[in-house]
Design a protein around this ligand. Sequence first.
Ligand code: GLY
Length: 334
Amino acid sequence: MGSRRRFLIQSFLGAIATGFGFKYGFGSVTYSDPNYPQKSEVTSPVIISTWSHGLAANQAAWNVVSSGGSALDAVERGVNVSEADPEVSSVGYGGLPDASGNVTLDACIMGPDGNAGAVAFLKHIMHPVSVARKVMENTPHLMLAGDGALKFALDQGFKKVNLLTPEARKAFKAWKRSGARYAPMANWENHDTIGLLAIDQKGDLAGACTTSGMAFKHPGRVGDSPIIGAGLFVDNKIGGATATGEGEVVMKTLGSFLIVELMRNGMHPQEACEAAIYRLTETTHVHKNMQIGYIAVNKNGEHGAFSLRPGFQYAVFENGQNELLDTAFLMDWE
Ligand code: GLY
């Protein structure tokens, strides 16, 4: 075991021993402070999001909250930027296609009232998160998928577009020429899903998560990003969390829900992200290409992030400053 890995595990175990009256990982959680984190108040908005493409998304979200707009509008406008950016090859327009050459999108959104909407396996629509919001607001359902989601989007006035850019088509052809080996990848070129969490001037929280999923995935494959509790979870009394990386593992461990529950029980967002990464190593075979990253913010505006492997970054906009932060990680690439 590398020294860094040892250090991070030790620091995590130390936190368990000393912090918040927790016993973690053995099936028992001792409730510590029922008022945490409702005690203090956020004095100004906070936006956090995954990866370097989060910087531009944060700016759009900040523009909403700094002019008095809602966290829900902010998260939608924020991730809309990545969805429309042809250079982001893991989200929306410009996303790498599945193994049959189709770009298929997953997204969800969750607001301060606990309501949520999602779309999965959606084709031809530039802004899946905006369709997810319409599912939340205009239907009694939480998620629509595939052709039904497309029909709903068109009925709601969204336009059908070709999401496959020339660059993505080129990458797909290169993959076919190289033998089309089935090895779907999250964290392609060191970026992936955008998850974005916002606190507005009223102190309300919302989140959004949107992706084109793993490059060259099996047609029909849906990842964690549209699954409430896996790719995203928000509780307006506690905080929010969102995930990036290999969705299968995030779904099996309900990572975002877990992080919010750990914050509910007293953990700082940083510790909660570390605990969720550690948890997945207890139950999952960690293969050599696996990357998972979590970010979280609590009701006080404190935030944190942690990843399984090096390379994950998150963008933070607070106190008028937008910056990209490296995250700590559990283990080196093998
Ligand atoms: N986290 C994105 C996916 O697995 O689809």
